[in-house]
Write a protein that binds this ligand. Structure first.
Ligand code: HEM
Length: 386
């Protein structure tokens, strides 16, 4: 197995544990990259100023550089360091943190009414719901949310090296339409959303007035929400299918759903790995990383390191001082963590509320093709896996 294959393997965790035992930071000569698998190595590299989110000579992947999706990619805080990272982050992070749980719950219940049978069609809960909630919080009109969820799925294809020409074409179209929708919103209706007003006023406070970067990062909020939250909800459904006893526990004590989602985020992360690119020669735990080297950080493996979480391979709802690397750490740590956990918690509560053991639920799954995401695709009894 390679660390890329591990992301969508049925059980990558024995392999990760072997990597950690051999060496928490080692060079894989076949893949020609460093692999960080233990918690200390992952944390150190994520905090390192010379380990950057993009290669210095390739800020935008060549496959999308010529189109509108590339223009958006190049402005995302996630894909930048320095001012292009810090300014949007300082404008958007406080707004994300200020969203109240009640507002999220209210938005979820509004969107749930528009979903197409989320129990038989888990994609609705996994993909359509979280993106629609984020888009609604930003202020896009409710009549547009379903369209937006589809456009965002199209756009996210530009973030994967596995996408083909047709998918990249659709990503450019999605990016064009999303830019139009946000341009309209900012021109006419920006005052209607408390969240957007918060972003605009935080931006003004730091003198950040880059309109194109604002639009790119609003699209970025939707794309960052899309697959990772779909994976978080999907992997929670996988856990419930594997442990039907948990379904009964959740019915008896609904407050446990928040603990369930938080432990799934650690135990079976939707984001299995991320990468860093060495900008300047540096030494990490006695290893010399040369400028131009790539490091693959196995977040899902770090979660299972006993240094970070005692008894790491046990699934414990009431784990004390849970340490979760699934949301990253350091300067690019996910600012949407709390929002994502709340949306997932609400989505799973909806599922539990409608669940009956007798119905023909989709209860087999495989994982969508990806080098870093772990997102289940569910099938019903007679359906074939593709
Ligand atoms: C409401 C849903 C979400 C939103 C709005 C969101 C937003 C973001 C944003 C804007 C960033 C870039 C931060 C920066 O570069 O400074 C980010 C990073 C990240 N997010 Fe999220 N996110 C969401 C859900 C999730 C979920 C469910 C996961 C996984 C469990 C996740 C994992 C990550 C990771 C690992 C990073 C950092 C990647 C790296 O440093 O290489 N996110 N997120």
């Amino acid at each position: 197995m390679t660390p890329f294959e591990a992301a969508t393997h049925a059980d990558p965790y024995v392999y990760y544990s072997r990597l950690r035992r051999q060496n928490g930071l080692s060079f894989d000569a076949d893949l020609r990259l460093w692999v960080a698998s233990d918690a200390q190595a992952v944390e150190t590299i994520l905090a390192h100023p010379d380990c950057r989110v993009r290669p210095l000579n390739e800020p935008i992947p060549p496959a999308i550089a010529q189109g509108i999706a590339g223009g958006i990619f190049g402005r995302l805080m996630r894909m930048n360091e320095g001012a292009r990272h810090l300014c949007p982050r300082m404008a958007i992070e406080p707004a994300l943190r200020s969203i109240e749980t009640e507002n999220i719950a209210e938005m979820v219940s509004r969107v749930v009414e528009t979903l197409d049978n989320p129990l038989e069609n888990p994609d609705e809960l996994m993909f359509t719901l979280p993106v629609s909630v984020m888009a609604g919080l930003i202020g896009l009109p409710s009549s547009r949310l379903r369209e937006v969820a589809g456009l965002v799925r199209d756009f996210t294809a530009c973030l994967s090296p596995l996408s083909d020409a047709a998918q990249l074409g659709a990503a450019h179209c999605g990016a064009t339409r999303l830019s139009e929708l946000f341009t309209q919103l900012l021109r006419s209706d920006a005052e209607s959303s408390r969240f957007l007003r918060h972003i605009l006023s935080s931006g003004e406070a730091i003198d950040w007035s880059d309109h194109d970067a604002l639009i790119a990062n609003l699209i970025g909020l939707l794309s960052q929400t899309c697959e990772a939250t779909a994976g978080l909800i999907g992997n929670t459904l996988v856990t419930l299918h594997r442990n039907p006893g948990l379904i009964a526990d959740m019915h008896t004590t609904p407050k446990l759903v928040a603990d369930l989602v938080a432990e799934v985020a650690r135990y079976d992360s939707p984001v299995q790995n991320t990468r860093r690119f060495v900008a300047k020669r540096c030494t990490v735990r006695g290893n010399v990383l040369a400028a131009g080297d790539t490091v693959l950080l196995l977040l899902a493996s770090a979660n299972r390191d006993s240094y970070a979480n005692p008894d790491p391979d046990s699934f414990l709802l009431k784990r004390t001082q849970r340490r979760t690397f699934s949301f990253g750490s350091g300067r690019h740590e996910c600012p949407g963590q709390q929002l994502a956990l709340t949306i997932a918690c609400e989505a799973i509560s909806v599922w539990l509320h409608r669940y009956t053991a007798q119905a023909d639920h989709p209860c087999r799954w495989s994982y969508l093709p990806s080098l870093n995401g772990r997102i289940p695709k569910f099938y019903r009894g007679q359906e074939n896996e593709q």
